[in-house]
Design a protein around this ligand. Structure first.
Ligand code: ZN
Length: 335
């Protein structure tokens, strides 16, 4: 008899982000301990997220899912369920968006809206929690029981797997790992966070871009300074590119970012005692240039045995992490 949940499913995976909304029809299967093949994308649509109003934003989501459903009907690939990751605080039990930082969606019963419109079982969760499930089901975290994930994007997202299951807290808002304090007198945290000196204020793509710009202004003769003088956009991706090409100033800045990441990891690893921390997101593209300094800080400052037991590794999935996560969410929660 087949292991429960191991049957291949056809899933509508939806990723609602502040910049783009992606939806894909995928076929996916869960494996418990060995590396599962990642979801196979049958068809995918990406649209710019409409930020003008809640109605327009929601309308855009319904349109992109509707178009995908029509494609599925025309190709005999009927979806069995829908998984949705959204850049929002989600009341998981009710499938309801409570609040969003970078989306005009607040108090939206998204699960019920989608279920009524498309007549499918639907599960809605925070996008970072979904991405964490994606790595746990198909990626770097397969086979682990206790893992954390940090997603370094425009902001910093986080997710927690505890005892083999996603940990969502009392109402579903747990896992804001980017808001661990690393400096009580640090810069104000961007977005809706009232705190200052959060990890997010140092290791997000936005923070790396700001550090690169400050370096360019302070050192006009550096590669960053020359790029600024030439009118180029000095941002996080440029910093990462220069670091990967071996520019010493950029390598040092990325390493400094890695040390802040390590400082945040000290707290997280001490508290959660995970066996694995997965670091993903576009701002983590410098790879070992970022992760090696983070590991050094953790090794020097973390508590034992936690610091000795944990592995800090890059994520498997890049641009498709949200869709892979939404598919994993549906597999985990619906079937
Ligand atoms: Zn914060």
């Amino acid at each position: 008899m087949a292991e429960r949940g191991s049957r291949e499913r056809t899933i509508l995976a939806v990723d609602i982000g502040g910049t783009k909304t992606a939806a894909a029809l995928v076929r996916a299967r869960r494996a418990r301990t060995s590396a599962a093949a990642p979801p196979v994308v049958l068809h995918k649509t990406v649209v710019v997220t409409d930020q003008s109003s809640a109605e327009a934003c929601l309308g855009g989501v319904l349109a992109v899912v509707g178009a995908l459903g029509e494609w599925a009907a025309g190709h005999s690939a009927a979806a069995e369920g829908m998984g949705v990751g959204t850049a929002s605080m989600v009341d998981f039990a009710r499938g309801r968006i409570v609040e969003s930082v970078n989306l005009p969606l607040r108090d939206v019963p998204l699960r019920d809206v989608l279920r009524q419109r498309f007549g499918l079982p639907v599960v809605v969760d925070n996008d970072a929690t979904a991405a964490t499930l994606g790595e746990h089901t198909f990626g770097a975290g397969v086979g682990t029981r206790d893992m954390l994930m940090l997603t370094l994007g425009t902001g910093v997202g986080g997710g927690i797997i505890a005892g083999g299951r996603p940990y969502r807290g009392h109402s579903g808002a747990a896992g804001e790992l980017g808001h661990v304090l690393v400096d009580i007198d640090g810069p104000p945290c961007p977005g809706n966070c009232a705190n200052r000196g959060c990890l997010e204020a140092y290791v997000s793509g936005r923070a790396m871009g700001a550090a690169a710009l400050a370096e360019a202004r302070a050192k006009p003769a550096s590669a960053l300074g020359r790029a600024l003088a030439a009118g180029e956009t000095v941002d996080g991706p440029m910093l990462t590119r220069l670091a990967l090409s071996g520019d010493a100033d950029a390598v040092r800045l990325v390493a400094r970012t890695g040390e802040y990441l390590g400082a945040g990891l000290v707290t997280l690893v001490n508290v959660f005692n995970p066996e694995l921390v997965v670091v993903g997101g576009g701002a983590a593209a410098a790879g070992e240039l970022l992760l090696a300094p983070a590991r050094e800080v953790l090794a020097a400052r973390g508590l034992r045995p936690q610091r000795d037991e944990v592995r800090i590794v890059p994520a498997r999935f890049g641009a498709d992490a949200g869709l892979v996560g939404a598919a994993a969410l549906a597999l985990t929660e619906l079937f």
